[in-house]
Ligand binder design. Sequence first.
Ligand code: GLU
Length: 474
Amino acid sequence: MTPIRVRFAPSPTGYLHIGGLRTALYDFLFARSYGGKCILRIEDTDKSREVKGAVEDLIETLQVLGIDFDESPIVGGDYAPYIQSERLPLYHQHANELLDKGHAYRCFCSSETLNQMREEQQAKGEFVKYDRRCVQLSPTEINEKLAAGTPHVIRLKMPDDYRFAFEDIIRGKVEMDAAQSDDQVIIKSDGFPTYHLAAVVDDHYMQISHVIRGEEWLSSTPKHIWLYRCLGWDAPKWVHLPLILNTDRSKLSKRMNDVSVESYLKKGYLKEALINFVALLGWHEADDKELYTLEELCQVFSLERVSKAGAVFDLTKLDWMNGHYLRSLPLETIAERAKPYFEGVPLRDEKQYMAIVAAGRERVQVLPALAEYAQPFLNPKALGDAEIELLGTEAAQKVLKYFAEHLPTTDINDAEAVNAMAKDGINQLGIKGKHFYTPLRLALLGESHGPDLPSTFQIIGVEESLNRFAKCRM
Ligand code: GLU
């Protein structure tokens, strides 16, 4: 069996897209589950779209998420370099080979000529494609144009009457007519290869066994298959992942959703939740299990269980998963990750911080919400008229007096002791339910709901709780 070798091949045009993360993750999981190799290759042949720093950001984001590569521009590997702009001679070598074999030709048409051609074809309702007028050029004409330095591209000559049929691991047999394929440019006028030539040459030299990529590349596959054939190489196996959709089933877009992975991390989503959520965008196990760690995914993932139907990007599910990981990861981990969001928040000490995180993570979905959750503990909310009136009632005052007297002798770190003290209060005062707890919480937090009593006292502390009671006693 040929060894499993897959590659994630992003173009450094900005942030890492959710769809890109899904491809990288499936590459990684597939390689891990078969003991194969996962490769990162940077496809930077379109210099006009390149964003400075994008490669570094992308590598860092993937690393943060736990996706690492066996071969990459950073760790190197037997097939280096892994950055396409450093492999230009190889693409030229094969473009020349295609020219020599008659599978490619030089095209000197200007953009004006091409625009006019397109308009004429559109007006006639024809399929828009290059009409091959440069195929007729004689060697003398070509040499003259080359000598004059006329800008030109190299195009791949696609077959005329041909039906491409190939197996896709997710879709089964796929068929496409060559008539629907233009004579693709393989070397641009700036001397850089296009994605099509560079990807095929690299996938061949890097011995890629499976090309895993989004469905939007499906229509390019015949061109790639043709390139393999013209160069006399075996094609890899094809795997086209389903589209990711907005909830209205249109293609996932910036218009309706945030699509940048970095921005989800910045918003305080946990890497565990993001990985789990993105893994389920098109893949699921036989049962309806939904919660997986990255390690578990490495064990159970298979391409056979990726569906070809579009996968809906449902933010409420991501929120739910994030809430799950917020509550189930070790408290120290969450406290560590929440730290940056507490910058400038006037905390008493580390103990108070841990108590806030412990109580808050039961109630919020994302990390920054923990800092918001902390606010009334640090600074009670201002009371409204109705609340002030309620606190002035005889029953409320009795409750506050009871706590002011009993809190100093109760160990607030002993939840049972705090609860027992409250229960005694209910019995002694004959005040129960909301008549007992509402005044207490209003005095402590300025709002009528909050976490359990032991946590509330632990966060606020005895001294400050007594201060707050004193302020509300009349
Ligand atoms: N460079 C392409 C992209 O940006 C890669 C497509 C492929 O995986 O073949 O998505």
